[in-house]
Design a protein around this ligand. Structure first.
Ligand SMILES: Nc1ncnc2c1ncn2[C@@H]1O[C@H](COP(=O)(O)OP(=O)(O)OP(=O)(O)O)[C@@H](O)[C@H]1O
Ligand SMILES: [Mg+2]
Length: 252
């Protein structure tokens, strides 16, 4: 059986008196591509913040590679391989593409080590548009290019698990298709990925397994091929967004 990389046990997360995550348990195995779907305000990003150490959960535990990491800072988690591409990208807009990428590798000493330089090379092969724009300011990139850069910056941290929060935010379907394919390719090369996404049909199309979050709890979970045929999931999350012909078929 494959190793469980991330395990969230009974997480509760609050912002003051407001409860954003009520009770979430989920696990992600090494090599999987897992989709997390759910409507606005369901608690997806809060769950991600709790998992990555940006906000500490008020209850429950977060295990990464078998160790309890609940109280660790986000930096410590990144250095263990738990890396997030945040909702809204949060790039450094006045810095160049290259500087943003080097900052992604800061826990590895920037480009000091050969491993970081070869990660940079591989990342630029995956996103040739970034290679052409290395000296351009990040803030002047198109939305799609900015999302590429956010993913690429995450890859520079040499993740074992990459959590991508709202890949599609504000992007045209054609660009979302391209980015979805890039994530699918990375997963095929062995990277474990959690894709948090409002466009459920896109996420389920490439995922092995999915979790549906509603009201701070897991409302459904299962293989994505099953979830994408579940009438309730379809009605709640897939109804408005028909999959385009270029969207890949669900993984069986
Ligand atoms: N910093 C904050 N302070 C107070 N409440 C917050 C904060 N961030 C989020 N919330 C609240 O927590 C709940 C869950 O929000 P969250 O951002 O986790 O949802 P989401 O599922 O990621 O939504 P979306 O699909 O819009 O990104 C919402 O009710 C939201 O208003
Ligand atoms: Mg969110």
């Amino acid at each position: 059986m494959s190793e469980v990389l991330l395990e969230i046990r009974k997480m509760e997360l609050r912002y003051g008196a407001a409860i954003a995550v009520r009770d979430i348990s989920l696990s992600v195995k090494r090599g999987q591509l897992v989709a997390v779907i759910g409507n606005n305000g369901a608690g997806k990003s809060s769950m991600v913040r709790g998992a990555t150490g940006l906000v500490y959960p008020s209850r429950g535990q977060v295990f990464f590679r078998g160790q309890d990491t609940t109280g660790l800072s986000a930096d410590r988690k990144v250095s263990r391989g738990l890396v997030m591409v945040p909702e809204g990208r949060l790039l450094f807009p006045d810095q160049t593409v290259e500087d943003n990428l080097v900052l992604g590798a800061y826990l590895h000493g920037g480009l000091k080590h050969k491993a970081s330089r070869s990660t940079l090379q591989k990342t630029l092969e995956l996103f040739p548009r970034l290679k052409e724009r290395l000296h351009q300011q990040a803030g002047s990139l198109s939305g799609g290019e900015q999302q590429m850069l956010a993913i690429a910056r995450g890859l520079m941290a040499q993740p074992e698990l990459l959590i991508v929060d709202e890949l599609s935010l504000g992007l045209a379907p054609k660009i979302v298709d391209q980015l979805i394919r890039a994530l699918s390719d990375l997963n095929k090369e062995g990277l474990t990925i959690v894709l948090v996404e409002q466009l459920a049909s896109y996420a389920l199309a490439i995922a092995d397994y999915g979790f549906v979050i509603a009201n701070g709890r897991i409302a459904r979970e299962g293989p994505s091929s099953v979830l994408s045929r579940d009438p309730e999931v379809m009605e709640s999350f897939l109804g408005k967004k028909k999959s385009t012909s270029s969207t890949p078929k669900p993984k069986e």
